[in-house]
Design a protein around this ligand. Structure first.
Ligand SMILES: *Cc1c(COP(=O)(O)O)cnc(C)c1O
Length: 263
């Protein structure tokens, strides 16, 4: 996919006055420039990387600014918050794609399936089965939008950092989970997602991202029907350039666009 280029404006930092709001347009221009630079350096086209602007905890007015600056993909951690923003921004001229990037509780699977275009956080058979059942209800329900969403597109979240993060399937268990999930109706596995442990040094994420790429290649070798492993969701504000260098095609960026949350 491609995005429209924002106007080049200034150095792309957040307002340092404290109470002021971030310059979303300038921040986006800088993030896009850095993605493009990292892509070219890796021999990739900038258009092959989709920027997901992570809107969790961000007021809807700022999210709208990002959309006006050409953002088409938005990420949320929580189903409820994502649905509220999706409704608030539904009237815009460009269709938006909503990404669920946070842990999903099975009792929210129905709302998640109906409202998100890609769910990055499938990490257990329980969650996958709940989404499969939700896809079945959408298919049979009266809502034509539901029928359109009868295949719920998902990524498997892999925990490559060991103890440091709570969620994600263990890499050794990923093939087993994928085989079972591939057999569930109404689900389409499109790739893998990971969260690198936080570090001030983005280079520390590089081995994690390499492992995700290697795992995607290995799992693609299983050639499971209905599974594609084309999408690699990795890289956040701290380490997205390293992620792009290592093959990410979905980067999830919040702070570098919207400034620090809750501040
Ligand atoms: C919050 C969050 C992001 C964005 O983090 P930033 O550091 O603000 O860019 C990306 N992915 C996930 C899963 C998140 O929870």
């Amino acid at each position: 996919m491609t995005w429209r280029r924002g106007r080049e404006e200034g150095s792309g930092t957040t307002d340092s006055s404290g109470a002021g709001s971030p310059d979303v347009r300038a921040n986006l221009a800088e993030v896009r420039e850095r993605i493009a630079r990292a892509a070219r350096k890796a021999g990739r086209t900038p258009e092959s990387i989709r920027l997901v602007a992570v809107a969790k905890g961000v007021p809807v007015g700022l999210v709208r600014e990002a959309v006006q600056a050409g953002i088409t993909d938005l990420g949320e951690n929580r189903v409820q918050e994502g649905v509220a923003k999706r409704e608030a921004l539904a009237e815009g001229p460009t269709p938006l794609r909503w990404h669920l990037i946070g842990h999903l509780q099975t009792n929210k699977a129905g709302r998640a399936a109906a409202n998100f275009d890609l769910i990055h956080s499938v990490d257990s058979l329980r969650v996958a089965a709940a989404l499969s059942a939700a896809a079945g209800r959408l298919r049979e329900g009266p809502d034509p939008a539901g029928a359109r969403r009868a295949t719920v597109e998902v990524l498997l979240q892999v925990n490559l950092a060991g103890e440091e993060t709570k969620f994600g399937v263990d890499p050794d268990a990923a093939a087993g989970l994928l085989r079972v999930v591939a057999g569930l109706p109404g689900l389409g596995v499109r790739g893998l997602m990971t969260i690198a442990p936080f570090s001030a040094d983005p280079e520390e994420s590089r081995p994690v991202f390499r492992k995700l790429m290697a795992l995607a290649r290995e799992l693609a070798g299983l050639r499971l029907a209905g599974v594609s492993l084309d999408l690699l969701s990795m890289g956040m504000s701290q380490d997205y350039e390293v992620a792009v260098a290592e093959g990410a095609n979905l980067v999830r960026i919040g702070t570098a666009i919207f400034g620090p949350r809750g501040g």
